[in-house]
Write a protein that binds this ligand. Structure first.
Ligand SMILES: C[S@@+](CC[C@H](N)C(=O)[O-])C[C@H]1O[C@@H](n2cnc3c(N)ncnc32)[C@H](O)[C@@H]1O
Length: 222
């Protein structure tokens, strides 16, 4: 990817002033949106792929072309890794980034539905979710778009319920500061650090931001 990516620009100079109220609203509301048929099928396919697996599962949400999914599969060879993205176009490009590792799968799915299905079925399977990665979610930097950010969306209760280890990466520090504040409302503590500039970029977006001279940040659940 070329290094001509613009920095995130926003009228927000800090955490959105309505963040706490929005997070509290979704904490108290049950998400009743019907699950889309294609994500239900993807979920069923993933469950069939896991079969009677009894070990760790790692989720790579909004994985785009799945480069990070393949990388996580190599890094955690004793786990099964699931990459999810709603874009057919991006998932279709995965073969270009494919690894020979056999312990992962990249699927087209809407994570809003997939997280809900996963959360509902946590007690039904012998495996456990060890970690959840969310790399470079769309920032939606306009203040009016705040509820499109994951931490201020109706999907946050499911996201918070899913994994003891969570890593979110972004090139917009305010996104992660908001995420940490929203997570604190769930009793989840997080730390934010810089992605080491000398580490290998784990996704195409990370590479693009780096090549454009931008700082990449990561939030980790403590
Ligand atoms: C900025 S891209 C980052 C892709 C990849 N993680 C990377 O760093 O290269 C954001 C990705 O989130 C995906 N996405 C957004 N909303 C989604 C949803 N509800 N379900 C699944 N994927 C979603 C988009 O399709 C897109 O691929």
């Amino acid at each position: 990817m070329q290094g001509n990516s613009r920095r995130v620009e926003s009228q927000q100079e800090g955490v959105h002033q309505k963040l706490d109220a929005i997070v509290a609203k979704y904490q108290q509301t049950e998400n009743r949106r019907p699950v889309h048929a294609h994500t239900q099928r993807a979920f069923d396919e993933v469950m069939a792929w896991l079969g009677d697996w009894q070990g760790d599962v790692i989720i790579d949400s909004c994985c785009g072309v799945g480069q990070s999914t393949a990388g996580l599969a190599r890094q955690f060879s004793n786990a099964r890794v699931i990459g999810l993205d709603k874009s057919d176009l991006r998932v279709a490009k995965h073969p270009h980034y494919q690894s020979t590792a056999k312990n992962y799968i990249v699927m087209r799915a809407d994570v809003i539905d997939f997280w809900r299905l996963l959360r509902r079925s946590l007690d039904d399977y012998p495996w456990q979710i060890k970690a959840h990665y969310l790399c470079y979610p769309n920032p939606y930097p306009k203040p009016s778009q705040v509820q499109k950010r994951w931490h201020a969306s109706a999907a946050m209760p499911d996201l918070m319920a899913l994994a003891p280890q969570l890593e979110v990466r972004s090139n917009w520090l305010i996104y992660l500061q908001e995420f940490a504040q929203a997570a604190a409302a769930y009793g989840v503590k997080c730390e934010i650090t810089q992605v080491p500039p000398d580490s290998r970029a784990i996704t195409p977006f990370e590479l693009k931001y780096r090549n454009s001279g931008q700082t990449c940040w990561r939030l980790r659940r403590l």
